[in-house]
Design a protein around this ligand. Structure first.
Ligand code: A3P
Length: 331
């Protein structure tokens, strides 16, 4: 049964945090079933995976950002894994030589923890001080819903966006591969696509997710870097330098001469990471296969699955939603 949405729900609503208070809040929210069988709840206009709702509320309530933090934000399947590998390697290049990088033996999602999947997963108020400075953390939380301390502190936020059609196809494969709702029979592709176009998908609507970070970037480009997956694919070297400058750690002329930018780009490339033993087996949190984070790594794979009419529908949707924002996606 679908429930009514609670339009505004500040984090203080879970102040005392007993389980029944959380459950009571949950009951007030509109709910849906994603096409793969996972439960979604609508909170402040965004569809969140029910299993992440509690960790997200806890992060909103307890997380204290520091000016030195770097927060990597994405819609799922927009390039999170790549951004994690790149930012970690750039920030830690004086600690780990390339041939001793932790990425050679650990999946990027183990190297850079996520607020809602790792830090606050099953823990109401963990001690984030356990992560050494400068902390690099990731999240899928929409900009408007981030913990206040992230939005208000001087920490850096890097957002990577991706053509929504490729996001949809990538997510489709990822969810079918990992089967989070074991007993569910997934909906057909066209039905799933229809839900996506209605904005009913994890962390959707995609246009509001993208616009939230886009507008934050326009308002404060020193604090919010807005990247596109397609641009990284086209020119990784200049984007590696851009990330380094943005986090206050630009490459020295000496490093550039030694080819450090190229080395980091190569280490984090799709081909290299996909073929590492660590990423061929094992899983993240016992839920997601390491290998499922590395599928094709291409731009425009959506044409192999979606009709021109489907592409046209998203194009019209984006024209309408992004009108006047300056955010453009060529699809
Ligand atoms: P495809 O399914 O289109 O191949 P996320 O990291 O946000 O979960 O996104 C996963 C998508 O990024 C997948 O896209 C995956 O193959 C791609 N990807 C993962 N690592 C990458 C890398 N190092 N370079 C380019 N693409 C990468």
């Amino acid at each position: 049964m679908e429930k009514k949405e609670n339009p505004k729900c500040p984090s203080s609503e879970v102040d005392n945090n007993p389980e029944d208070e959380f459950q009571a809040l949950l009951q007030t929210l509109e709910q849906q079933t994603n096409w793969d069988g996972q439960r979604l709840v609508k909170y402040n206009g965004f569809w969140l995976l029910e299993l992440l709702f509690r960790p997200i509320l806890s992060a909103r309530k307890y997380f204290k950002a520091k000016a030195t933090d770097v927060i990597l934000s994405t819609m799922p399947k927009s390039g999170t894994t790549w951004l994690k590998a790149l930012t970690f390697s750039i920030a830690n290049r004086s600690v780990f030589p390339i041939d001793q990088s932790p990425l050679l033996t650990s999946n990027p999602h183990k190297v850079v923890p996520a607020l809602e999947f790792n830090l606050y997963w099953g823990k109401e108020n963990p001690d984030p001080e356990l992560i050494p400075d400068p902390r690099i953390l990731s999240t899928h939380i929409p900009f408007e819903m981030l913990p206040d301390s992230i939005r208000e502190s001087d920490c850096r936020i890097i957002y990577v966006s991706r053509n929504p059609l490729d996001v949809f196809i990538s997510h489709r494969h990822f969810l079918l591969e990992n089967k989070f709702a074991k007993d569910a029979v997934p909906l057909a592709l066209d039905e799933a696509f229809d839900m996506f176009c209605q904005g009913i998908h994890p962390f959707g609507p995609f246009w509001d997710h993208m616009l939230g970070y886009w507008n934050a970037h326009l308002k404060n480009p020193e604090r919010v870097l807005f990247l596109k997956y397609e641009d990284l694919k086209e020119d990784i070297l200049s984007n590696v330098k851009k990330i380094a400058e943005f986090i206050g750690s630009p490459f020295s002329p000496e490093e550039e001469k030694q080819g450090v930018v190229e080395q980091i780009s190569r280490l984090c490339s799709f081909e290299n990471l996909k073929n590492l033993e660590v990423n061929k087996s094992g899983n993240v949190l016992g839920l997601m296969k390491n290998s499922s984070f590395f599928r094709k790594g291409e731009v425009g794979d959506c044409v192999n699955f979606l009709t021109p009419e489907m592409a046209e529908r998203i194009k019209n949707l984006m024209e309408r939603e992004f009108q006047g924002s300056g955010l453009i996606y060529n699809i």
